[in-house]
Design a binder for this molecule. Structure first.
Ligand code: ADP
Ligand code: MG
Length: 361
């Protein structure tokens, strides 16, 4: 097992495209780190630099204590699992898993031991004689993982390994990967554009945008304390609402105000917002922190936003309502049995302890 450390790592293609800018990260030994961000933000490029499949333009990469910038992929003690599995179609499962070890001249008996052990761990013992075309998508994905496991690497690298599977299988395999990684304790870097996958798998998440790292944090810290509007909007589903508002200070209190609403900032936020008196900011609030007020009396300070319901989506346990608030759409997650209909005028109760504020762009 090994730590991975990236120090001021850059990747430029042909002197023009800067795919990765000043990437810094130090993993714990045995940690599960996820790189997440929209398509094209530099996730794969960073992973391929760690794997040695892409040269590092600038900066330093360490695996364990070793500087590996110039170490070829086969000597880095890593195993990578790709989205398209890349299995050899003419070889059966056993041969697919054994192939890499044969190339490395591992003894036949040792190969046999490792392949059977890995097959048992990922529950494909009964498939060893099959060819890839005789396997389902999920089974192929397991074989690709088996091939990585038999290498007994210090580091696992995954690049969107589940994106070719259907939704149900994806959730199953996600749990399997998580269990497997904990069992083997191998330092893992996992790339995905799916924030749910990132939240459920990562001990730490690296959020990327346009080649840059925006925030590195545990899943819950990212959710509770996003440092930028981008991270706030990217992590969490449905996405956080952003309502354009003006800051108004009245004595000891600070308010977000807009057409028909006046919401009091909690003391922590108020301290930071005081300097914005009279200025515009984004008021951020997650759908689950907006309640359907129903018929309860309006509390002091009117901590509500008003709007007209456009769409109602009952999901059983809760219902998502999409409300037009001052021309912008706001989503609220309310009780599954709330009596709300399209066209209704509603007042949404704001949980002021859960408010966020972001600079207007
Ligand atoms: P992601 O995996 O997050 O979707 P990538 O790492 O694949 O993003 O790509 C990051 C950026 O680098 C993109 O703008 C992409 O077009 C560019 N890029 C990737 N590979 C190359 C290449 N071989 N030559 C030039 N540009 C590339
Ligand atoms: Mg990619």
């Amino acid at each position: 097992m090994a730590k991975i450390k990236l120090e001021h790592v850059y990747k430029r293609y042909g002197g023009k495209v800067t795919a990765v800018k000043d990437f810094n990260l130090e993993t714990e030994d045995g940690e599960f780190v996820v790189f997440v961000g929209p398509s094209g933000c530099g996730k794969t490029t960073t992973l391929r630099m760690i794997a040695g499949l892409e040269d590092i333009t600038e900066g330093q990469l360490f695996i364990g204590d070793r500087l590996v910038n110039d170490v070829p992929p086969k000597d880095r003690d890593i195993a990578m699992v790709f989205q398209n599995y890349a299995l050899y179609p003419h070889m059966n499962v056993y041969e697919n898993m054994a192939f890499g070890l044969r190339l490395r001249k591992v003894h036949k008996d040792e190969i046999d031991r490792r392949v059977k052990e890995a097959a048992r761990i990922i529950k494909i013992d009964h498939l060893l004689q099959r060819k890839p075309r005789e396997l389902s998508g999920g089974q192929r994905q397991r074989v690709a993982m088996g091939r990585a496991i038999v290498r007994e690497p210090k580091v696992f690298l995954f690049d969107e390994p589940l994106s070719n599977l259907d939704a149900k299988l994806r959730v199953e395999m996600r749990a399997e990967i998580s269990k497997l990684q904990r069992r083997l304790g191998v330092t893992t870097v996992y790339v995905t554009h799916d924030q749910v996958e990132a939240m459920t798998l990562g001990t730490r998440i690296v959020v990327m945008k346009d080649g840059e790292v925006l925030q590195v944090d545990s899943p819950l810290n990212l959710y509770d304390f996003p440092e930028t509007k981008f991270v706030a909007g990217f992590i969490g589903s449905p996405s956080m609402n952003f309502i354009r508002s003006r800051v108004v200070t009245e004595g000891e209190h600070v308010y977000f105000t807009g057409e028909g609403f006046k919401v009091r900032a909690n003391p922590t936020l108020a301290t930071n917002l005081r300097a914005y008196n009279g200025k515009e900011v984004w008021m951020g609030i997650r759908p689950e922190h907006l309640g359907h007020k129903g018929w309860t009396p309006i509390p002091e300070d009117n901590n509500v936003v008003r709007g007209k319901v456009e769409v109602v989506e009952p999901l059983g346990a809760d219902t998502e309502i999409h409300v037009d608030v001052m021309g912008g759409m706001v989503t609220a997650k309310v009780d599954g049995h709330a009596m709300v209909l399209p066209g209704d005028s509603v007042e949404l109760l704001v949980d002021t302890s859960k408010l966020h504020a972001f600079d207007v762009d």
